[in-house]
Design a protein around this ligand. Sequence first.
Ligand code: GLN
Ligand code: ZN
Length: 786
Amino acid sequence: MTVAASNLGFPRIGLARELKKALEGYWAGRSTAEDLQKDALSLRKRHWLIMKEAGIHFIPSNDFSLYDHILDAAELFGVIPKRYQEITDPLSRYFAMARGLQDAAVGIDLQALEMTKWFDTNYHYIVPELERQQTFTLSPEKILREIEEARALGLEVRPVIPGPVTFLKLSKWAGSQETGDSTLKLLTALLPCYRQLLGLLEQQGVSWIQLDEPCLTLDLDELERAAYRQAFAFLSGDQARPRIVLTTYFGGLGDNLALALESGFEALHLDLVRAPEQLDSVLKEIGSKMILSLGVVDGRNIWRTDLDRAHRLIRRAVTQLGTDRVIIAPSCALLHSPVDLSRETSLDPIIRSWLAFSTQKLHEIKALADAATENFPQNEFFVEARHAVATRARSPLTCRPEVQTRLRELTPAMLQREPFVVRNRQQKQRLGLPLLPTTTIGSFPQTGDVRGARAAWRAGRMSEADYQEFLEKETQNCVARQEQLGLDVLVHGEFERNDMVEYFGEQMEGFAFTENGWVQSYGSRCVKPPVLYGDVRRTGPMTVAWSRYAQSLTTRPMKGMLTGPVTILQWSFVRDDQPRSATCMQLALALRDELVDLEAAGIPIIQVDEPAVREGLPLRRGERSAYLQWAVDAFRLATSGVRCETQIHTHMCYAQFGDILEAIAAMDADVISIETSRSHMELLQDFGHFQYPNEVGPGVYDIHSPRVPTQEEMEELLQRAAEVLPVARLWVNPDCGLKTRGWPEVEAALARMVAAAKRTRERLTETSGYRRQDDSSQPLSQNAST
Ligand code: GLN
Ligand code: ZN
């Protein structure tokens, strides 16, 4: 008897990002809908054949998507908000929901549906919008079509379908209907559609489906558990249907284990990479029927699997359950892994031998399934993998004793600056800034010229000297324009940077870079995270030359610009052979040295961007405080090596972080700039209620849109900010970096922003006699009441 190998989902984007190109060609009108569908079909076929050739028995379908699988599920159940329904062409309507649609000719101006992060990954899904009286209708065409396509290749597939509870939990109420009650209210209305779908699939002769319920790994309240019980009872019932593997991932089942085991479904998938410890309790409780799918190959990272370790878990299950009740699988869909390592020809061959991308992971799964009945697998595949894992463990490439020594010798004093009030006084004296100082978040437009020059230099078509000169000119221009605009604190513009993580990774030991290690972020957008494989060490100053140069061009204060330790960690493929916290502290030490060097070079203000702090927050509440503790420590370690008079800024965006304000305050940056303009400063309310102790720059305009806001709008936002936070502690800035924008709109918007700040400044000093030097000033609202 053999154990079956399975996959839960293959990356859609394609080996050479074919899907990206097909989509962008279609959106730009360069190709037709038929071209797009043809390209998409050939990708699906290619991926199915890769899985077949790897010997995968359970091959997924409906994991492919033209944009996003949750948007597909919304279509599947007819969750199409009214405003899109006038678009008759289904493909145009689909993309209108995904990306918005503007067509002045026919008077259409539709915004996209909201997009948000898929659990704690860097993938973003489209948030379905539900009406209070939502009705659901089944549109199974996509699922049925893909089954047929696979059959044309001689393959039987296992369709992937987001489960009903997860689907509703990830959706939101449309517009103003948000009142805090759960979307699970609609479960009873939705379930018949699932049943209908199961019936249809049964008729089509589909023998298995994969029902994804990742929300089973979250903290659930009683209402949510009841919803699960209701859904399971309804779907597992006596109807003729395909068999179902209830699929959980991104964590352990924990206190939801009984719920999952009582589902009445035929199989249960466990994430044994994130939560290997759950196997024991599952084996204890599982009973005599259910099949276990063991997610032992990491779907979210790029390391070669320690096959022996995985094999030991598998043996425990097989010994108890027998071969026909065990399936081998990746921990989650391979959506989060790049496609194929064999394309990486310029990686260090030793480092390369430690890695496995999606295609390689399939072979690991198959090898583990084949060896499931053996006690000590000695085949070539195992021997080679064992060797790779062993060399990685003792490689001088990963281990730098001096870094480890430094880490061991950390003292609490290294995380501690003087109190904010002391620093603030010195900084005010040194900087002499006006009330409501104006600044930007760092980057200025990365124009075609800038990207073109970088590409030419990388390809060797532009000399080092010419590139340097080009960047100097860009920086000069940027500084001059900021002076003309009348900004108070300037930045150099970040023209030398491709990306806020890669730029630093490239200058530190411990990082490697792939050529094609792309992972989908959303729609056609992909990211190529660096591989953080070893102890991190800065080999020399990384940003000092550019900051010093920029400061030499102006008498106004220049802000140095760094990416924080948590963000670098969060946006890389991180080594799994030591705790993430240890890796983060190494990054913090390297950055600490950089801050000290910037200070010595005369840079008075240094911003350490941490946009990713919120997204690193563990899914389970019980794990959060430990994470926040080390994340805060890392930031403090990075920023506490400088003197009082050096002002530390940080910047956060991309998330609601109202729920981690305490930790943000504990980071103790002198100034934090935040994204608030889109939410009309809702976040600011949180800052106000919490009484955020240091200075705050609420973003007064949304840089994610080319629209130039009016001066009045920004004054209005500033006024609101002044009502909840002490005026003497407010800054004025856009809500994020300007790199994706064009110069004309940036100059227009910043001119109005500076004017708004001046006007508000005048008004406040006239009416209330505010001066920036007043530490004790209260928010306007409190002043008014006294
Ligand atoms: N300093 C960075 C920039 O301006 C910050 C980017 C970000 O917040 N993601 O581009
Ligand atoms: Zn930002």
